[in-house]
Design a protein around this ligand. Structure first.
Ligand code: FES
Ligand code: FES
Length: 165
């Protein structure tokens, strides 16, 4: 943490994470990513670049996809956040998780939580996305392993299953 972040006093900050109200004590400019991972122990949200470029740290904040490495925790006050941990219902896999498993959409797994949240966001705002729209919708999420085609296939398959369910 930089000196400028530390120079401010810690505050109590309230928000909802995966449906549960949470109160944290944090520096206002502390990264939401760090608060999620270190205070709330929600380590499913990954850090890749730490600069807003890779999407590994993606979470949903009031339904909008954000890079949590760029969000000061104060900005999350009163919002509802969804991380990968809040994704499936109990032990049942979400259709996106099933499709990623079946299509080989996850290899090392660093990008996977962010990819799945980005895909969920896309399926929510545009359930009938074409492959080109899926590619565009996931363009803020980088993957070093898969070459993307398995990920795009997985998202297309999940969207198809959801549309025909
Ligand atoms: S770690 Fe946040 S965008 Fe890369
Ligand atoms: S599966 Fe390794 S970075 Fe995407």
């Amino acid at each position: 943490m930089t000196d400028s972040r530390q120079s401010q006093a810690k505050s109590e900050i309230s928000f909802t994470v995966n449906g549960t109200p949470r109160i944290v004590r944090a520096y206002p400019m502390e990264r939401l990513l760090d608060v999620l991972r270190h205070q709330l122990e929600l380590t499913g949200t990954k850090e890749g670049c730490g600069e807003g470029e890779c999407g590994s740290c993606s979470v949903l904040m009031d339904g909008t996809l954000v890079n949590s490495c760029l969000v000061p925790v104060l900005q999350a006050t009163g919002t509802s956040i969804v991380t990968i941990e809040g994704f499936a219902a109990g032990d049942a896999l979400h259709v996106l998780q099933e499709a990623f498993l079946e299509r080989g959409g996850a290899q090392c797994g660093i990008c996977t939580p962010g990819m799945i949240l980005a895909a969920l966001h896309l399926m929510t705002i545009k359930p009938d996305s074409t492959m080109e729209e899926i590619r565009e919708g996931l363009s803020g999420n980088l993957c070093r392993c898969t070459g993307y085609s398995q990920i795009l296939d997985a998202v297309a398959e999940a969207a198809r299953r959801r549309m025909t369910a």
